[in-house]
Design a protein. Structure first.
Length: 301
């Protein structure tokens, strides 16, 4: 994974939903050291780490993270909503003191925006989250900087457009595929199963329009999630699309279909940095247009 990240990117935002999760500054330092020690020789990859928000996260945890210079955001996973989220937040009421200090410190909150109620259809989880969780949160903490991660619906696009201090990331797989693709050819395609799940074609079109608008409220997030083959190609496979090796080439191909390659740099490298309030990177990658065949699998580990 680090090999692909080092080869394809100059700077990455590192998610904290490891086993165990990255919950405090000590965890951050240990995880940062482990990544540094496993980077390929000669790698200059910049690491922006994040903190995993739980019901037990304290105000001091946030202050320590902010002052460390290692942590650039805090990630909110509603409990049991996605991979390794069982330590996530069970109620927004439990984290209001933390959200208040984050707002004061200017620490961005990254949100996996779905509810996980058995009564809610999996294709409606994002919409219901916006209505029942994020709307009152936005009202109570209007100055809190929020990034809705890997948005999937037209409802999310409308929400981002309507509110200040809110931005969103969009993945390449949600730009390219819709929910029918998971079952195309009357077969199930486990490598297209992710959370949030792919949605209706009208939702994909809304995400594409957001990208092509060139708005700084939208920037790239791969949400690349590698899993061993036996954990994907099975009767109860894990959620996640491993896109890291191909995300940028696929994005360029998509933009070229709309004569919009000029949007690439801002979407990938500029708008996110501006929203986070960090300097834009001076690193570049060079891509050569030529035919190549994506391997059917990569060495894992």
């Amino acid at each position: 994974v680090l090999t692909h990240a080092s080869y394809n990117y100059g700077r990455i935002l590192v998610m904290p939903n490891t086993i165990p999760p990255v919950r405090n500054l000590n965890d951050v330092k240990e995880y940062h050291s482990r990544i540094i020690n496993n980077l390929p020789e000669g790698s200059t990859l910049d690491l922006l780490l994040t903190l995993y928000l739980t019901d037990e996260t304290t105000v001091q945890d946030i202050i320590d993270a902010k002052e460390s210079g290692l942590v650039y955001a805090v990630k909110l996973y509603p409990a049991n909503v996605t991979t390794n989220s069982h330590h996530g937040v069970t109620s927004i009421d439990r984290i209001k003191p933390v959200l208040s200090v984050m707002s004061t410190l200017g620490m961005p909150l990254l949100i996996h925006g779905e509810v996980n109620h058995s009564s809610v259809d999996i294709f409606d989880r994002e919409k219901i989250f916006l209505e029942t969780v994020l709307t009152p949160m936005r009202f109570e903490f209007p100055d809190l900087k929020i990034v809705l991660e890997h948005i999937t619906t037209s409802d999310a696009v409308e929400f981002v457009e309507k509110h200040s201090n809110i931005a969103a990331t969009i993945t390449i797989h949600h730009l390219l595929y819709n929910r029918s693709d998971i079952f195309s050819g009357n077969k199930i395609h486990p490598h297209l199963f992710c959370l949030p799940i792919l949605k209706h074609e009208t939702d994909r079109q809304a995400l594409l329009s957001a990208l092509l608008s060139g708005s700084p409220k939208y920037f790239f997030g791969t949400d690349s999630a590698p899993h061993a083959v036996h954990l994907k190609e099975c009767s109860d496979g894990c959620a996640g699309v491993f896109s890291s090796p191909v995300a940028i080439p696929l994005l360029i191909e998509l933009l070229d279909q709309y004569s919009s390659r000029h949007l690439l740099n801002n979407f990938v490298s500029v708008y996110g940095a501006e929203f986070y309030g960090i300097p834009k990177t001076n690193k570049t990658i060079k891509l050569k247009k030529e035919e190549w065949e994506v391997p059917l699998e990569y060495q894992f580990g």
